[in-house]
Design a protein around this ligand. Structure first.
Ligand code: KIV
Ligand code: ZN
Length: 506
């Protein structure tokens, strides 16, 4: 059976990055974008360039460095946004401007404070502006599913007349139900004949857990592009999960008759990379990429799978690239072995990056017998995070005993200057975080603190994740070390670096 090709528009770096606590630096964004290109997505929505200088830089870097994929920047239907988005993406192999305006009365009245006529005029004018700059323009009608269908149709028709090449119909607040959404899309096709001539996209949020189901209903109704995010990241409950959309189209092609250009064997690695760099853990029972997605616990299931895999498995773990990698390095492994292991894992390191990775690898290999693929992936993520940090841990000393109050002293380095900090308090971690606060001159409120072993074994690398409130905003930090005390300090400092980037720390 011939399947229809669906465009996969990935918004991990834009809508996904809007998840609370996620703050990726430009290097991390490029690393994810390169992996998305290897995964085979058609469009990478790289960010919202007007929103901050950091976002602009990230989008521009991706546009310049990542090839083989369309790179898109988001812009409100505002002159300055559109020109800024264009400046950020113009050097891409295939640039796209994505402009949007709300069409629901509730947004018009309370947020935009505009009449329907004003919104219609802005959509027309701003799509025309975007088209004058870029050949590939996507227009989104925000909160489409709660809009008057007549007015929505008028706005979409105007955007098409002005030259938009993709029309996106989002379920911004995750309110729609699958059958209802399918009917809504069909109705818009009937009202707006021009939709047959452009790509029709959907962008569904997961507030009621229906983002994937709604996206598929829209595809069955004629949508040809799905907007989704790795691990389902995104505002509030997130966006439709890329891996679920893709594996449904793959596994149930018999029923849906749709396919994508995704290299499914890259799915697992992409999910792990995004989880490591964003600090958002994937729930163990998450469909497709959860740790347990292919694990069989009950005796009956294990017996069945051992006799014939398909008794209890509808997908093969290998099809998403999940297999036990046999990469094992140790303290005698050289630079060349590290380089080829990294390449096998999909990381292309420059000479400088390789030198840095090798230095860190040796430090760990001195203390840990076997370094596995999982360790190496974490090592690379750790280095990417360090690249743009302004505060760095130079040294620390924690004294903790059952008899005395724990004390801690740290030296933090900021642009070559050494900042000392010293504190004591009831807990050794508390005194460490307080000493860091003193060195930096800030007061962070620790809101979450998690420690886990990256692999099994007492010599496993320890990963620490923290969420720290600084001046009323939450900042996340993740760090890795063979010593969890050091990882804790580094994670806390990383959160402060994220606060610094956002302007909350001087
Ligand atoms: O949810 C939404 O409507 C959006 C738009 C910008 C497409 O994210
Ligand atoms: Zn969204």
């Amino acid at each position: 059976m011939n399947s229809q090709r669906i465009t996969i528009f990935d918004t991990t770096l834009r809508d996904g990055e809007q998840s609370p606590g996620i703050s990726l630096n430009a290097f991390e964004k490029v690393e994810i974008a390169e992996q998305l290109a290897r995964l085979g997505v058609d469009v990478i929505e790289a960010g919202f360039p007007i929103s901050s200088p950091g976002d602009f830089e990230g989008v521009q870097k991706i546009a310049r460095e990542v090839s083989g994929v369309s790179v898109c920047g988001l812009a409100r239907a505002i002159d300055k946004d559109i020109r800024t988005a264009w400046d950020a993406v113009r050097e891409a192999e295939r640039p796209r401007i994505h402009t949007f305006i709300s069409t629901s009365d509730v947004h018009l009245e309370h947020q935009l404070r505009k009449t329907r006529d004003e919104v219609l005029a802005a959509a027309r004018e701003m799509v025309a502006l975007a088209v004058s700059l870029c050949d590939d323009v996507e227009f989104s009608a925000m909160d489409a599913t709660r809009s008057d269908p007549d007015f929505l149709a008028a706005v979409l028709a105007a955007a098409i007349e002005e030259g938009a090449t993709t029309i996106n119909i989002p379920d911004t607040v995750g309110y729609a139900m699958p059958a209802e959404f399918g009917a809504f899309i069909r109705d818009q096709f009937e009202r707006v004949p021009g939709l047959a001539e452009v790509a029709v996209s959907v962008h569904c949020h997961n507030d009621l857990g229906l983002a994937v189901a709604n996206s598929l209903a829209a595809v069955e109704a004629g949508a040809t592009q799905v907007e989704c995010a790795v691990n389902g990241l995104g505002e509030r409950a997130g966006n439709a999960s890329l891996e679920e959309i893709v594996m449904i189209m793959e596994t149930r092609r018999d029923e849906l008759g749709r396919e994508t250009g995704i290299v499914t064997t890259e799915i697992d690695r992409t999910s792990r990379l995004v989880s490591q760099l964003t600090g958002y853990e994937v729930q163990p029972n998450k469909a497709v990429v959860g740790k347990n997605a292919f694990a069989h616990e009950s005796g009956i299931h294990q017996d069945g799978v051992l006799k014939e895999r398909t008794t209890y498995e509808i997908m093969n773990a290998r099809s998403i690239g999940r297999s036990q990698s046999d990469i094992v390095l140790g303290k005698h492994s050289g630079r060349h072995a590290l380089k080829s292991a990294m390449e096998e894992l999909g990381f292309s390191l420059s000479d400088d990056e390789l030198n840095q990775a090798f230095e860190n690898f040796k430090k760990i290999a001195d203390k840990k017998k076997q370094i596995t693929a999982v360790d190496l992936e974490h090592l690379v993520s750790e280095e990417l995070r360090e690249l743009t940090d302004i505060y760095e841990l130079k040294s620390y000393e924690v004294v903790s005993s059952s008899e005395f109050t724990p004390t801690c002293q740290v030296i933090i380095e900021k642009e070559g200057e050494e900042l000392p900090g010293r504190s004591f308090s009831g807990g050794s971690m508390e005194s460490m975080f307080m000493a860091i606060d003193k060195a930096v001159g800030t007061t962070g409120l620790l809101k979450d603190y998690q420690v886990r072993a990256v692999t099994s074994g007492k010599d496993s690398l320890g990963e620490v994740k923290v969420v720290v409130e600084v001046n009323g905003e939450d900042y996340a930090g993740t760090a890795l070390s063979i010593d969890v005390v050091e990882a804790s300090a580094k994670a806390y400092i990383r959160a402060i670096n994220n606060a610094y980037r956002a302007g909350a720390v001087k």
